[in-house]
Design a binder for this molecule. Structure first.
Ligand code: ATP
Length: 547
């Protein structure tokens, strides 16, 4: 944990306060800056445990059965294929041997497929991918699509901007809606009936972005197969649309999905896919109550008592940052859940708390190569990171010089407080730089207008707060600036990931005061990346050599 501006709030809103006393916490996702921030202070100690969600851990019970089923899996290169180090609940290191019995055929996953046709997708979906301009799958898509199509529960972890959304959408669209595979008798007719897939995202903007990605593939005639259920929008209109259009896929924020479900207007008992996008955020305290309802009411959990003929749902959890708390949760929610990364699929049981996905692990671990690997897995490899020391009153001017020095065209600047954020926009505009603010205090229309202007290049600098840090996909963004420090390495990774998307170049500059430099050093250590000091002189970025 680095800077702890929200620690006091954390104590005030701690576990002892019933979440019913925080009515807006999960309902107004976008508008609850301070409260959302609180839970993010310590996500790894994750307030959301299995028991807090009312589930017993099925892991120990089923461990033997699972181990029996696992055959040849692509375990990380650090570990031999048959032996994987794990840490038992008593903290003692153990060596597990996975028995070879039933093939999961994971080794046949085309990890770097050259085209989508190698992934076992239906012809109509392949056509739509082509029309939408998607020709070559990314590594994480190559690994995830066949794995999910084989029926596995998965945790997808791969760096920001690597295409995780399509990695889970494609297998869903292969089995749900009008683009799905033909059945054994050759029929592919899509009959509107039940909701087959529920996709949950922590913010309205991210939810809408996912809806647009689905719509792109469905095409204009089948647009209504997907329905948004995000907070802030008119609820009764959403309920009417559910009744009228009978969508097969719904995408929404936890509060709104839980609300409509509790009102009996969302029937998800036979749902086949549950996706938790930005799962580490969704498992935070703010969303606890709503996530509890969703996890209980969407489909039938693998391993739960069978409800008649309803098949178990596939649970898909996704994030660039997967702390061990997520691995723990996923192990008991899923049946034989697998961790899917670019070029790697492994059983979750093989992941230890000090394993490569645990970006939150403090720097006490001795294995620096492991840390480096963790950072590389959540941060796009092409990103360049710098920090620049400036006095508080000169920060905005330093930002302006930074933008000019790098000739950045599309910049996202992160700040922690709305008032200072507005001041920064004012100062930038006064200096002739087109800037706009984006935060939860703005109305829905103002937010979407600003975002549109930023995406189409009318706004050069978008000054925003933590709520834009996750998921926001603006391909052209070439510079991210931290005008205020992020709370921890997870927040740094998600903020940084707004640039350098899908292999593009990107720069991240953290502007801090002298006494804050130690925080940057700590981030550098935790993430295993160099964040050298720099200054902006004569219209150039100059790296300062350190002893
Ligand atoms: N195979 C592909 N070919 C071309 N573009 C792609 C492909 N897959 C995804 N994209 C595009 O890449 C961009 C980033 O994808 P996406 O938002 O899914 O990344 P992500 O890994 O979920 O990022 P984050 O962790 O920040 O949410 C999107 O604009 C998406 O449309």
């Amino acid at each position: 944990m680095l800077a702890l501006p929200s620690t006091r709030l954390l104590l005030l809103f701690g576990e002892s306060l019933p979440s019913s006393r925080l009515p807006n916490v999960s309902r107004k996702v976008w508008g609850q800056t301070s409260v959302r921030f609180v839970s993010q202070v310590n996500p790894d100690n994750g307030p959301l445990t299995l028991s807090s969600l009312g589930f017993k851990s099925g892991f120990e019970k089923t461990n033997k059965i699972k181990a029996d089923k696992i055959e040849r899996l692509d375990v990380p290169s650090e570990a031999p294929k048959s032996k994987v180090r794990g840490v038992g609940s008593n903290g003692i290191k153990t060596v597990k041997t996975f028995r070879v019995k039933k093939s999961l055929e994971i080794e046949s996953a085309p990890f770097s497929a050259k085209s989508f046709s190698e992934l076992g997708l239906p012809p109509l979906l392949l056509e739509r991918l082509d029309t939408a301009g998607f020709t070559v799958p990314t590594d994480v898509q190559s690994a995830a699509v066949p794995t999910i199509l084989k029926g596995h529960d998965v945790v997808i972890q791969s760096y920001t901007g690597s295409g995780k959304t399509l990695a889970y959408l494609l297998p869903i669209l292969s089995e749900v809606g009008p683009l799905k595979k033909k059945s054994a008798n050759g029929e592919s007719e899509f009959e509107k009936k039940e909701i087959d897939a529920v996709i949950v995202a922590p913010s309205r903007e991210l939810g809408m972005q996912i809806v647009r990605e689905v719509e792109k593939l469905l095409g204009p005639t089948d647009k209504k197969v997907v329905q948004q259920l995000v907070g802030g929008a008119n609820r009764s209109r959403q309920e009417e649309a559910l009744k009228k259009n009978k969508p097969a896929i719904v995408v929404g924020t936890p509060g709104r999905i839980a609300e409509i479900s509790a009102a009996g207007k969302l029937h998800t008992h036979s749902c086949r896919f549950l996706v938790l996008d930005e799962v580490d955020e969704l498992l935070s305290f703010n969303f606890r109550e709503d996530m509890h309802r969703i996890l209980e009411h969407v489909g039938r959990r693998s391993g739960a008592d069978p409800r008649g003929s309803i098949a178990a749902r596939r649970t898909i959890m996704v994030s660039a940052t997967v702390p061990f708390s997520v691995i723990r949760a996923a192990r008991s929610w899923g049946s034989d859940p697998l961790l899917v990364q670019a070029k790697k699929v492994m059983p979750l049981e093989a992941v230890s708390p000090s394993g490569p996905v645990n970006i939150l692990k403090p720097t006490s671990g001795s294995d620096s190569s492991m840390r480096t690997q963790a950072a590389l897995q959540s941060l796009p490899p092409a990103l360049k990171h710098y920090h620049c020391v400036a006095k508080l009153q000169h920060k905005v001017d330093t930002l302006r010089r930074c933008v000019h020095a790098l000739d950045a065209k599309c910049v996202i600047a992160f700040m922690n407080h709305t008032k200072q954020l507005k001041d920064a926009v004012f100062k930038l505009e006064a200096r002739g730089m087109v800037a706009a603010e984006l935060h939860g205090d703005l109305g829905k229309l103002a937010r979407s207008t600003t975002l549109k202007k930023f995406k189409n290049g009318e706004v050069r600098v978008l000054v925003t707060n933590e709520l834009s840090a996750r998921g926001l996909d603006v391909a052209e963004c070439d510079l991210v600036v931290n005008l205020d420090l992020p709370t921890d390495s997870i927040h740094y990774a998600h903020r940084a990931g707004r640039t350098g998307r899908l292999g593009r170049k990107g720069t991240v500059v953290t502007i801090c005061e002298e006494p804050e430099v130690f925080v940057v050093k700590k981030l550098q250590k935790q993430l295993g990346i160099p964040i050298p000091a720099c200054e902006f002189t004569e219209g150039k970025l100059n790296v300062i050599e350190e002893d």
